[in-house]
Design a protein around this ligand. Structure first.
Ligand SMILES: [Zn+2]
Length: 130
């Protein structure tokens, strides 16, 4: 019989993944708000100060925008990976190394729920890539 995590353990993993997905989606909301704020000059400033503030911050603004977009795509990648991890829980493939078929240690699966390789195989993989 192939090794896999028990249903009870999988349930625990699912809860922890759903928690993480919640966090990530909150983070994405925050980033989105940040992106939208940037597009609106602050109300209540006189035309002159809006102009000078805008000129002084133009460089920083586009840098911030870029940073936010990068954050956004990183978060959404992470979110997709978590969703994939959930699918693997459904298929009861979660926590099983795709290369050697051994169980991946629990701490690692909590830390990196989208891991598909055990530490040993991952290390070997890295060495092969060199
Ligand atoms: Zn392995």
């Amino acid at each position: 019989m192939a090794v896999k995590y028990s249903k009870a353990k999988l349930k625990k993993f699912r809860i922890s993944i759903l928690d993480k997905m919640d966090e990530v989606s909150n983070d994405m909301d925050d980033i989105k708000e940040g992106l939208m704020d940037r597009g609106n000059p602050k109300a209540g400033l006189s035309q002159d100060s809006v102009y000078s503030v805008h000129m002084a911050d133009a460089g920083t603004d586009s840098f911030e925008q870029e940073k936010n977009f990068m954050l956004m795509s990183r978060e959404s990648d992470y979110y997709k990976n978590l969703a994939l991890a959930l699918e693997r829980i459904d298929k009861e493939e979660f926590g099983v190394c795709v290369l050697c078929g051994e169980l991946i240690v629990e701490e690692r699966m909590i830390e990196v729920p989208n891991a598909t390789k055990c530490v040993d195989c991952k290390t070997k993989d890295k060495l092969n890539l060199k």
